[in-house]
Structures are given as C-alpha cells and as structure tokens.
Design a protein around this ligand. Structure first.
Ligand code: COA
Length: 246
C-alpha cells in the first residue's frame, strides 16, 4: 500500500511526493512480491488535494514546467505499471489528486466525498494527464462540462459516469473496499493480469486490426506460463489454483 502522508496539506502533491510516487512505481515493476498496489491518502478528509499550491507560490514559470514533466514521468510510471493499481479515494480528490487516481487502473470512492478536475477555476488546466485520461473514460462532451465548470461531483455521479468503479456502502471505508479487491487480484495469475492490462491499454490507441494483433501478442505471454498449466490441473482436480507468477 502506498499512502500520501501529508494530511496538514490535504495530501497535496509536492515535488518530493510526485518524485517518490514515480520511484515507487518504477521499483514495483520487478518486485515479484508486489502483485497489486493500493494507493491512498492519509486521514479521512482528502485522498489528495492536487498540486501543492503553497509550494507553487515559490515556483517560477520554468519550475512549473519542470513540475509538469515530473508529473508526466511519475503518472506514466503508475499508468504503465504491469500490475493493478487501485486508488482508494477516502476523501476529496481534486485537480492533480483526481489526475493521479485516473492514472490508476481502478478507483473506489467513499460515498461521502467528492472528486473533480478543478484546475480551470485556478486559471490553469489539468496538467497531469487529466484532459486525456478523463476524456477517454467519460467522452469529450462530458469531459468538457466537468473541466470547464471545474465541477466537484459526488460519488453517485462519479460512479454513473464510470469515473470510479465502486462506491462504499454505509459503515465501509474506501480503503476496506480497495483492500478486498486487492486481495482478490493478488490471488490471480500475475502474468495473465499483466497481459490483460497491457491488452486493454492498447484498445484506446489502436485500430481494431492492430488492437486484435496486440491482444494476440499479449495472449502469447500466458501460453508460455506455468500458471496456465496450474489452472488446468486445478480445474481437473477440482481444487483452487495456486499461482506462482511463472
Ligand atoms: N496545496 C497546499 N495546501 C493545501 C491544498 C493544496 N492543494 N489544499 C489544501 N491545503 C491546505 C490549506 O491551505 C490548509 O492549510 P492551513 O491550515 O495552513 O491554512 C489545509 O490544507 C487545510 O485546508 P482547508 O481548506 O482548511 O481544509 P478543508 O478540509 O476545509 O478543505 C479542500 C480541503 C481540499 C477541499 C480545500 O482546501 C481545497 O479546495 N483545496 C484546493 C483544491 C484544488 O482545487 N486543488 C487543485 C490544485 S491544481
């Protein structure tokens, strides 16, 4: 589990925080003990309040450009991590906070909180992938409305729009929900999970023909795996499979 632990700034993203997230994502690629990641924010008030606007006061234009480059490399590393990353949104996710969650594979949200790409209200635009990733999820028309009005939306609307996958019930936290999903995912065959993520990620960028070829290549990785044989053996022997990631 990765926790952004800056509750006094509502877990806002400083340079150091973004750098550390990128480092963790790159390190996780080859860690066979990590099968799934849950990303959350400390405390109940905020998942992440976006860019650290206090740190931003001391930045000149060139510093902000560097920061945008840092966002790009760190959030790309999270997006491309060949293991599922689940954002557990227990408190507000605004601006870069929601963009961070959008770079994750799955998002769960407390029924009591809100999310939004609020940047235009601060005279900037989403700069950590939000215009691209939100639009791929909700479509151009809805993305324009959400971003131009800097809307802060409730969990039910975020769920209806497909921005979050699941919303908590009364008495449940976003972290509880994310951890139970992570437990299920950690029990799946890692090579299949990573191949499925890769195959799906190709869908929005490729033509259908190229996408089907990409899917075929991703499938190929599972054919060579011991876990595929374990799945067949477990089916035959009427027992639960035990996947080793080989
Ligand atoms: N960067 C730096 N500090 C932040 C911050 C941010 N993005 N968001 C909140 N904080 C700080 C506040 O300045 C405040 O610090 P202070 O106690 O020194 O004054 C502290 O966190 C608590 O914030 P406060 O607004 O009092 O708490 P809240 O729980 O009532 O509201 C938010 C929290 C996140 C809803 C509200 O602070 C907010 O809307 N922040 C801006 C979010 C945003 O638009 N981010 C996009 C940035 S591009």
């Amino acid at each position: 589990m990765w926790t952004i632990d800056r509750p006094s700034r509502r877990n806002a993203l400083s340079r150091a925080t973004v750098r550390e997230l990128g480092r963790l994502a790159r390190e996780a690629v080859d860690r066979s003990d990590i099968r799934c990641v849950v990303l959350t924010g400390a405390g109940e008030l905020a998942f992440c309040a976006g860019a650290d606007l206090k740190e931003r006061q001391s930045m000149n234009v060139e510093d902000v450009r560097d920061f945008l480059g840092l966002y790009r490399s760190a959030f790309d590393a999270i997006d491309r991590l060949p293991k599922p990353v689940i954002a557990a949104i227990g408190g507000v996710a605004y601006g870069g906070g929601l963009e961070l969650a959008l770079a994750c594979d799955l998002r769960v949200m407390s029924h009591q909180t809100k999310v939004g790409l609020t940047e235009v209200s601060l005279a900037i635009i989403p700069g950590a992938g939000g215009t691209q990733r939100l639009t791929r999820i909700v479509g151009e028309a809805r993305a324009k409305e959400l971003i131009l009005f800097a809307r802060r939306i409730e969990a039910s609307e975020a769920h209806n729009l497909g921005i979050v996958h699941r919303v908590t019930s009364e008495g449940e936290t976003a972290l509880d929900l994310a951890m139970s999903m992570a437990e299920t995912l950690a029990g799946q065959a890692p090579i299949a999970v990573s191949a499925a993520l890769d195959a799906i990620d190709g869908a929005s960028d490729l033509s259908l023909d190229a996408g089907l070829l990409h899917e075929r290549r991703c499938y190929e990785r599972t054919l060579a795996s011991e876990d595929r044989l374990e799945a067949l053996a477990a089916f035959r022997e009427k027992r639960a499979p035990k996947y080793e990631g080989k």
